[in-house]
Design a binder for this molecule. Structure first.
Ligand SMILES: Cc1ncc(COP(=O)(O)O)c(C=O)c1O
Length: 401
């Protein structure tokens, strides 16, 4: 009998139609340029290890030791006990006093996925910032949830726009995402803003997801303020992880800290744990670096902050000196989100910049922006010499458009 061949195309779920991740989607354009023999400067991906940043050696030693000690099987679903204890200690240092639960995940990416999946039913929604880190919208699209974005106000140093949050709230809104320090803008929420958001959340029975993955990368000497420390009574999951603060994005280690009143959170955290068990566990040996990171020497942070401050200043000076570019100075993380005044779309601008100048940044429309405005996101991780060269190329490109 001749085997039957399957003729019909296997289609992807239509839920995925709006799943986009502009930061990596641009790679196809870069591949074309690399095939022509050029080197592309990646100012698109927030990976410090692409540049002159090294993982603290004691973290590598902790993971190596764990592997040699045979910690290569599955870990407990919520995470290994010593890591959970270290994360509780970190929560206390962040001023979070009402911790009800902590759990370890494969990167904050998985925390985002689990926490949103455990919350929303069809027809409900979660408020996400615009611009936002695109994983949030991607996960919500995957869950079949209509997006409900609130504006960050560029004229107010990218603070959340409270009036817009009020406007966007519906009876079926279940939660709100804060990204602080913010990706892509590098902004920090003020204490007053966190207090006002807390007030609003209390009135509407929401849960807050406060993504604080960059909380140790503050560039202006002010302490980071955790949302949950300002609003201990409000149901909140604070997201944290090793990728950025501890320079190990490839290890895929993140965590969630659920805080608020025990009775309010019980059913929700039980749901999160059902999902944690279903996916077995986070990477096991790497979890042994969590205690070493959070409780060991923090010396690397001084050097990281010094480099980032200098590179932020250089970036800001370039933005100020370049016609048709303006930028709210970033205060945390390693991103700048300049506004550009150009005729074409920012996506065309960015793709042509890769093709013509071999510099890769990400278009603002990949993160969301107010209609009529155009931006691009710069990752200012490279050294000063490389950044200067990149900015000269971008400046030239803007002049030529
Ligand atoms: C705001 C924000 N949240 C989460 C993540 C994902 O981090 P992880 O490497 O822990 O999955 C990133 C990565 O760039 C990020 O910028």
């Amino acid at each position: 009998m001749t085997p039957t061949t399957q003729a019909r195309e296997i289609s992807a779920a239509s839920r995925l139609d709006n799943v986009r991740y502009a930061i990596r989607d641009l790679a196809c354009v870069a591949d074309e340029v690399v095939k022509q023999g050029h080197k592309v400067l990646p100012l698109n991906v927030g990976d410090p290890l692409n540049f002159d940043f090294q993982t603290p050696p004691h973290l590598i030693e902790a993971v190596y030791q764990a592997m040699r000690d045979g910690k290569n099987g599955y870990a407990p679903s919520p995470g290994i006990p010593e890591a959970l204890e270290a994360i509780r200690g970190e929560a206390a240092r962040k001023g979070i006093t009402t911790v009800q639960d902590v759990f370890v995940t494969s990167g904050v990416s998985e925390t985002v996925d689990l926490c949103l999946s455990a919350l929303v039913n069809p027809g409900e929604n979660v408020l996400t910032p615009s611009p936002d880190y695109p994983l949030y919208s991607a996960v919500l699209c995957k869950l079949g949830i209509a997006l409900n974005a609130y504006d960050l106000n560029e004229d107010d140093a990218w603070q959340p726009e409270l009036a817009d949050i009020e406007r966007k709230l519906t009876p079926r809104t279940r939660g709100i995402v804060l990204i602080n320090p913010n990706n892509p803008t590098g902004s920090l929420c003020t204490r007053q803003m966190l207090e006002r958001i807390a007030e609003l959340v209390r009135r509407h029975n929401l849960i807050v997801f406060s993504d604080e993955i960059y909380d140790k990368l503050i560039l202006d000497g002010t302490p980071h303020i955790a949302f949950a420390s300002v609003a201990p009574d409000v149901p909140c999951v604070t997201f944290g992880g090793m990728s950025k603060n501890y320079l190990v994005p490839g290890w895929r280690i993140g965590w969630g800290i659920a805080s608020g009143e025990a009775a309010t959170l019980k059913a929700y955290t039980e749901g999160v744990h059902r999902l944690l068990r279903a996916r077995l566990c986070a990477n096991h040996p790497e979890q042994y670096a969590i205690k070493a990171a959070l409780e060991g020497p923090q010396d690397h942070l001084i050097e990281v902050q010094r480099k980032l401050r200098s590179r932020r200043d250089l970036t800001q000076k370039w933005c100020e000196a370049t016609p048709r570019v303006s930028c709210v100075a970033p205060r945390g993380a390693f991103y700048a989100y300049p506004r550009i005044d150009i005729a074409e779309s920012d996506e065309v601008f960015v793709k042509e910049l890769i093709r013509q100048k071999h510099v890769m940044v990400v278009h603002g429309s990949g993160f969301g922006q107010k209609p009529g405005t155009k931006h691009f996101r710069i990752v200012f991780l490279p050294d000063e010499k490389t950044l200067t060269k990149a900015y000269a190329a971008i400046g030239e490109f803007i002049q030529e458009r």
